[in-house]
Design a protein around this ligand. Structure first.
Ligand code: UT7
Length: 335
């Protein structure tokens, strides 16, 4: 990033679909219990879209609120991180930009599954640092429940729907809200651990009809769990080293809300006290690319995240992908 120009957080918005599905609700659908889900994941409920509502709708709501929080009604680019675009093609971001009254604005999707928000934030920061844009709306939005097999108790228990968004503006390095440094990484040799086997070019070009269930998201939960802890910890250590900081300098660790036990393990390995670890997973579940901005909004609303706090954001997801980022929380009011 250029020394003279930084991307600075200037707005935060979030949106959850109103319908809530509790663990008790799930236990009427398949063999599980509130006790199992709470103790293994920390999740009590998740928000779920009604029929006909898609990712673009949630992204639009969160985007509107982030723009309002930033005190603006337009930006130079819209970047949408999602695993659940409204269509395989085109991207969902141009539609969201148009609905936000920004037809003509650069708009594209970023696909990095649960790491998507950190990847999109890095992309937006790059657009600003390079001078391509002076302001960018970054949205993480998911209707993950549309790709979860309703009969799969493992994925149905953890994933939920929602959206969060931030506005980045051009500013000075070192000012509150300036994002960076970043650490991003991937390991495609383990793509099969989190995959939708059918529906893409690989299955279509094979000429074979999808097997039953293959259009749903498949997750090898316990393998993913181990990689999530390892990769998020390593990535966080790298970004802290790049900034010349230690775990003791971090006021708030806002990790991807994959599973409370994963968050706690990463915090423990890094030496970050649990009361510095932000979590809202009990109320929203794992919302993939929406997870970090939703956790930021929740923590800010509860007064747990305050201006001046030094924040470590860390994510891990399918791909495999992972990413971390540092920033000091600015004086903004989330909407
Ligand atoms: O968002 C980024 C990517 N995703 C993640 O980071 C998620 C990482 N993984 C996890 O959070 C955990 O692996 C899960 C919460 C998904 C599962 O917990 P686990 O303790 O790792 O369970 P497991 O997958 O090793 O499965 C152990 C048993 C299995 O039963 P059998 O085959 O031993 O009879 C599962 O079928 O637990 C069973 N199980 C359940 N039982 C009751 C899985 N989900 C449930 C459930 N209720 N909801």
């Amino acid at each position: 990033m250029s020394r003279s120009r930084a991307a600075v957080l200037s707005g935060l918005g979030s949106w959850l679909p109103p319908r809530v599905v509790t663990n008790e609700d799930l236990s009427r659908r398949f063999d599980t219990s509130d006790e199992w889900i709470r103790s293994r994941t920390g999740i009590a409920q998740r928000h779920v879209v009604d029929p006909g509502v898609a990712t673009g709708d949630l992204a639009h709501e969160a985007g509107l609120r982030a723009l309002k929080s930033a005190g603006t009604d337009s930006v130079d680019a819209v970047v949408l991180a999602t695993t659940t675009p409204d269509h395989l093609s085109p991207a969902t971001a141009p539609d969201v930009a148009a609905r936000l009254g920004m037809g003509g604005t650069a708009a594209f999707d970023v696909a990095a599954v649960c790491s998507g928000f950190v990847y999109a934030l890095a992309t937006g920061a790059g657009l600003i640092a390079s001078g391509i844009a002076d302001s960018v709306l970054i949205i993480g939005a998911e209707t993950f429940t549309t790709i979860v097999d309703p009969a799969d108790r493992s994925t149905s228990s953890i994933f939920g729907d929602g959206a969060g968004a931030v506005v980045l503006r051009a500013g000075e390095p070192g000012e509150p809200g300036a994002v960076g440094p970043f650490d991003l990484g991937s390991d495609g040799s383990l793509a099969h651990l989190l995959v939708i086997p059918a529906g893409g070019a690989r299955q279509r070009s094979s000429g074979r009809e999808p097997e039953p269930g293959d259009t749903y998201f498949h997750m090898q939960g316990s393998q993913v769990y181990k990689h999530a802890v390892l990769r998020m910890t390593e990535s966080a250590r790298r970004v802290l080293a790049a900034a010349g900081l230690g775990a003791g300098d971090i006021d708030r660790f806002v990790g991807h809300q994959a599973n409370l036990r994963i968050l706690d393990s990463v915090a423990e390995r890094l030496g970050i006290p649990l009361d510095h670890r932000v979590t809202n997973i009990a109320d929203v579940g794992n919302t993939a690319a929406a997870s970090i901005p939703l956790a930021l909004a929740d923590a800010a609303a509860r007064g747990e995240l305050r201006p001046g706090h030094r924040v470590l954001a860390g994510a891990f997801g399918g791909g495999l992908t992972w990413g971390s980022c540092l920033f000091q929380w600015p004086d903004i009011t989330p909407v």
